[in-house]
Design a protein around this ligand. Structure first.
Ligand code: GTP
Ligand code: SPV
Ligand code: MN
Length: 643
């Protein structure tokens, strides 16, 4: 299975897959490689039929009706075409411990870790082991179920930037979600012809008759979950989970892990980044991309509602950016996705009014609560939910305001909405040519020590800063608690190849004649001594973006040098109209904290990336340490300036 190659397979006709009749679509007209792929899948998984999805509204309506009758979806009657879906409570997030990269050579996939250290930058599996694991799962796994064939494009169909995929799945929730998240169309087959596509194989792992109990009308197989990527074969095999990043294979599996490898080979970048534009009161427009780990604020920033007057924000994408240098040396980016799979809790009319408008219709809400007046409910919506409605949790229990101790919505509950419904979508969000990027931001949840914003001195310094990104654990994967985890470049769970090679690839992009974007690090999550956030965040983040774009225009009057890079000169961030903010604390660089942090980062790289770490990264860390040691004025509380 692992070495499956469509060119080695005899051309099959529909008769050869007769035990699985083609229920919808014209199998005969498909490109040969697609036919062979489907035939292979039918032989392997033995579905009761084949359904070739055309991505149409009519088709979606039919599935919605069926799933509503079955109880998998519940119509939220207060809206036009909004549905609630609650999963098996054991299938609510990405499972990183079951996510593998399968390559012939281990070190193509993961770095050389120090002896005795458990690597956290990707999990490798050999082809032999993968073949064994798959053979224990996929044979006949679709018995009694329909196999949906979903032709999709990541990026505008036909753009030279875009890549095509075909996902087979036995989940109609996945079919509905893929239709929102990617561009599903039969035209994919025309564009494809004899070209290549990413083979995406997904099964819930629940053949009929079902053994055991299905919870919440959500078949899955949590004990046997595996999400395996075969970059050499441009293939993904995912088993046992119907949830998000595990099953909507266009997203993290394809657009980051597989595309990352393609990007390395072709000289571009596939990153876990939002793309947005900021238009100043002077009508200048700047495009930026920002990489924050899962559940750290990408969607919120991409849809920011600016509190400073006369600034306009447009969203191009909220999770994934594909970027490359064009002939003129400009870094241009596209959003390969077609929808949002956004974190629900915390989203409300104050924090993200734009998102609230995105999901007014045609959206699916997964694992949120429900109100008696036909609406969704989650933590953060208390103030805008009438007191007289009754509320049920995502687990179907009664929820009482101020009394219930359990959560109304799962912390990783999500909305799935078409991007075009976003009222501030950029007119060029769908432009095959992409948009020019002036700045790249890294960030994470850093309750201590890390200033609101600082700027890298150079491209390679920015890569070093990205390599040291850390964040508090979030609910987007299976981790519990609030410990600080390394999440370099916000890509830890999404790396498709050796992280050392990945850093080198970033460094190698710097070439004469290219306008390298400036790189920044931001932190909305710093806490004061009282344990409260020092920065209001959300719409107020425009103040930081404003500082960043002035730096993109090389306004040197607003920056001061420091051991970590360039910091805002005190008073240079526009704080007009804000309640008092402790700016010196917000921008301070506690020396002891940083010396320990640098040491910890060095150990992390030595342990986790070892000999694969580009030496310049260590040199830059050393320079940073020297700068701290040289600076005698640095105290735990004072703003540190070296200039
Ligand atoms: P993924 O979809 O998992 O990649 O997450 P994301 O990076 O898009 O994160 P998202 O914007 O959905 O935000 C996640 C959580 O962080 C939500 O609960 C937000 O309310 C909260 N959040 C986002 N931006 C801010 C901010 O500026 N300040 C604070 N305090 N919280 C924020
Ligand atoms: C993330 O975890 O970064 C997400 C959600 O965007 S998922 O699609 O499940 O990966
Ligand atoms: Mn994400």
């Amino acid at each position: 299975m692992a070495n499956f190659n469509e060119d080695d397979m005899p051309e099959m006709t529909v008769e050869r897959v007769h035990r699985a009749p083609v229920i919808k679509g014209d199998f005969k007209l498909l490109p040969k490689k697609v036919k062979n792929f489907i035939t292979h899948c039918v032989h392997l998984m033995a579905p009761r039929g084949i359904y070739i999805s055309d991505g149409s509204k009519k088709e979606a309506d039919e599935f919605i009706q069926k799933l509503t009758e079955k109880g998998t979806l519940t119509k939220l009657t207060a809206f036009k075409e909004n549905y609630l879906c609650c999963t098996d409570p054991e299938d609510t997030a990405r499972i990183e411990s079951k996510t593998f990269i399968v390559t012939s050579n281990k070190y193509d996939a993961v770095p050389h870790v120090k002896e005795g250290v458990k690597g956290i930058l990707g999990r490798w599996m050999s082809h032999e082991d993968a073949a064994r694991e798959m053979s224990q799962r996929f044979p006949n796994c679709m018995t009694g179920r329909m196999m949906y064939v979903i032709p999709f494009s990541m990026g505008p169909l036909g753009s030279p930037f875009s890549k095509l995929g075909i996902q087979v799945t036995d989940s109609s929730y996945v079919l509905l979600s893929m239709r929102i998240m990617t561009r599903v169309s039969l035209k994919v087959f025309d564009v494809l012809r004899d070209g290549t596509f990413v083979k995406c194989i997904h099964s819930l792992g629940c053949p009929r008759p079902i053994q055991g109990r299905v919870k919440n009308h959500w078949p899955c197989n949590p004990e046997k979950v595996i999400i395996a990527h075969f970059p050499e074969q441009r293939m993904i095999q995912s088993f046992g989970s119907g949830y998000g990043g595990n099953s909507l294979l266009g997203k993290k599996c394809f657009a980051l892990r597989i595309a990352g490898t393609i990007a390395r080979d072709e000289g571009w970048l596939a990153e876990h980044m939002l793309i947005m534009s900021i238009t100043t009161p002077q009508k200048e427009e700047y495009f930026i991309a920002a990489a924050f780990p899962s559940a750290c604020g990408k969607t919120n920033l991409a849809m920011l509602n600016p509190t400073l007057p006369d600034y306009k924000i447009h969203c191009i994408g909220d999770d994934i950016a594909w970027m490359r240098f064009d002939k003129l040396g400009t870094l241009v980016a596209i959003n390969p996705e077609h929808g949002f799979f956004g974190v629900a809790p915390g989203t409300n009319s104050k924090t993200n009014p734009i998102a609230m408008r995105c999901f007014e219709e045609n959206s699916i809400f997964t694992n949120v609560g429900e109100t008696s007046d036909g609406k969704y409910f989650w933590e953060g919506l208390q103030d805008e939910t009438p007191r007289d409605v009754t509320i049920k949790t995502w687990l179907g229990k009664d929820w009482h305001r101020g009394k219930s101790t359990e959560l109304a919505a799962h912390p990783n509950s999500r909305f799935t909405s078409p991007a075009k419904q976003c009222p501030i979508m950029h007119p060029k969000w769908d432009d095959p040519k992409g948009v020019p990027i002036s700045a790249i931001l890294f960030g994470g949840r850093r309750p201590k020590g890390v200033p609101l914003v600082f700027e890298a001195r150079s491209w390679s310094h920015g890569v070093m800063i990205g390599a040291c990104v850390k964040s508090e654990c979030t609910a987007a994967a299976e981790f519990k608690g609030k410990s600080i985890m390394h999440d370099p470049m916000a890509m830890r769970p999404f790396l498709g190849y050796n992280f050392g090679h990945y850093l080198q690839h970033w460094l190698d992009l710097e070439e004469p004649g290219r306008q390298m974007p400036k790189i920044f690090h931001v932190n909305w999550f710093r806490l004061g001594e009282d344990g409260k956030l020092l920065w209001p965040g959300f719409g107020e983040n425009i103040r930081v973006l404003d500082w960043i774009i002035r730096r993109c225009d090389n306004d040197d009057s607003i920056a001061v040098d420091s051991p970590v890079g360039l910091l805002p000169r005190p008073g240079s961030i526009n704080m007009d109209g804000l309640p008092p903010i402790d700016e010196s604390e917000l921008l301070s660089l506690p020396k002891q904290y940083w010396l320990e942090d640098i040491k910890e980062n060095r150990t992390f790289l030595e342990d986790q990336v070892g000999v694969d770490t580009p030496p310049i990264i260590f040199n830059l860390l050393e320079e940073q340490e020297k700068a701290f040691r040289a600076n005698q004025q640095a105290t735990a509380q004072k703003l540190l300036t070296c200039s």
